[in-house]
Design a protein around this ligand. Structure first.
Ligand SMILES: [Zn+2]
Length: 437
């Protein structure tokens, strides 16, 4: 008998690898934070002796969700300003609130609130863009999930930095501090082509090349940000990014709801990653990312929620359903974006966008033990013909019972194991009372 750390038995396992497999009565053998083998449960019991055995008898085990675009600290502004168009929402409500309130302390408390929500809805990794990066990283470190944290670059002062030089300096200091961390990675995150000049985007390219980091940017989110980019840089955003050499498989372009023929030509030639955020795009009335058309061109499209101030949740199950429905409606084709494809957007495609698909995003031997269990025994998800259909089209995030990252359990039977839920709720109320007054 071979000794391992954990043996995870599940009614179903969805692997989300290229040849996506849905396995019945199988087990994950876990040793040293990684998946050692996936095999039938009976064979696993004969082969392995485990320190801990977990039985997910009515559950589906699958890779944890990867939220490929968010601003987690914006959870503290959830519900503060709704039912507004992007530029009105941003310039008249969100930026003033950020100028008044964002601090190291707020970002830490708000990040824990968001991370608690993400873990409870099955997210094991997220790609963030905000300020006070150390506060977000500290929250990630405490919670135990994975994150890519973006060095925000913006051409105007915020509470975090006064000048572009200061954004770069603080960001590089953050990179030096976290470059060896096993769950935290760093990206360079210019906010958008309407808020960063072409000269500073060229500087982003230089720093990203020197440090070998991905670049993460809002791009062509709505008509208004294209107009802003043309006013500032005299060209469309994607063209501007391409002119400074940023459009490549190392770019993560967020939103992309407004695409003309030239944009498609650039995308097809340079193959950047795109993050689709359908609920935020719908709520701000921004537009619709042509997901199926992009995928047909061989472009990797991942899924993100965006911040909770424009969504208003960090629920990747809900986001998958919205993405599938929106693709069908917008193309008038019910076959567009089927359940299995949208599940891959929320898992392995996210890992590909972040450049960590050799570590996470699917369940195969050798990858990190990042997985979740969803209980499908509820009345709402019965009878069960196919687990992927139930998860995408019928399940709610409240059916996520257990979450593991790198072989460590973060959620057990919906209870957070690394975070204090009561304390997080109390802090959220204190901030609400300050911001409301
Ligand atoms: Zn965003």
């Amino acid at each position: 008998m071979e000794k391992i750390d954990h043996l995870i038995h599940a009614k179903w396992i969805i692997t989300c690898e290229d040849q996506n497999r849905v396995l019945e009565d199988h087990a994950l053998a876990i040793r040293d934070k990684s998946i050692l083998e996936i095999l039938p449960s009976k064979a696993a019991l004969a082969k392995y002796t485990a320190d801990n055995i977990h039985e997910y008898k009515t559950h589906t085990v699958l890779p944890g969700f990867i939220n490929a675009h968010t601003h987690i600290a914006m959870n503290i502004f959830r519900g503060l300003a709704d039912d507004l168009e992007l530029m009105d929402w941003l310039t008249n409500h969100i930026w003033p609130a950020e100028r008044a309130w964002v601090s190291d302390e707020l970002v830490y408390d708000a990040s824990l609130l968001a991370i608690a929500e993400m873990i409870r809805s099955g997210t094991t990794c997220f790609n963030d863009m905000y300020f006070f990066l150390q506060a977000t990283a500290k929250a990630v470190d405490t919670a135990g999930l994975r994150a890519h944290i973006g060095i925000t670059i913006i051409d105007f002062p915020t509470k975090w930095a006064a000048t572009v030089d200061e954004y770069f300096a603080k960001g590089i200091e953050f990179y030096q501090q976290y470059r060896e961390h096993d769950r935290i990675s760093v990206t360079v995150a210019p906010q958008g082509v309407y808020t960063v000049t072409e000269a500073n985007l060229a500087r982003v390219k230089k720093v990203a090349d020197e440090l070998n980091l991905r670049v993460n940017i809002h791009c062509q989110e709505a008509v208004s940000d294209i107009e802003g980019a043309i006013a500032l840089n005299h060209k469309r955003p994607l063209r501007c990014l391409d002119d400074v050499g940023l459009v490549s498989p190392h770019l993560i372009a967020i939103h992309m709801t407004q695409l003309d023929e030239n944009d498609f030509a650039i995308l097809q030639a340079k193959k950047p990653n795109i993050v689709h955020c359908p609920e935020s795009n719908m709520k701000l009335a921004s537009g619709i990312c042509p997901v199926t058309k992009l995928m047909d061109l061989g472009i990797n499209v991942a899924l993100g929620t965006d911040g909770a101030a424009s969504n208003n949740d960090l629920d990747m199950i809900g986001e998958m359903r919205t993405a599938a429905f929106l693709a069908k409606l917008s193309t008038r084709d019910a076959k567009a974006l089927p359940a299995e494809r949208v599940l891959k957007m929320a898992t392995i495609n996210g890992a590909k966008a972040l450049g960590i698909d050799h570590i996470t995003g699917s369940l195969i031997a050798g990858k990190a033990a990042d997985f979740i269990a969803i209980d499908l025994a509820n009345i709402e998800t019965q009878p069960l013909y196919h687990p992927i259909s139930q998860i995408v089209y019928a399940a709610s995030r409240n059916q996520v019972t257990d979450v593991w990252v790198a072989g460590k359990q973060l959620l057990r039977n919906r209870q957070l194991l690394t975070l204090n839920e009561k304390e997080i709720q109390e802090k959220a109320k204190i901030w609400r009372n300050k911001i409301k007054n």
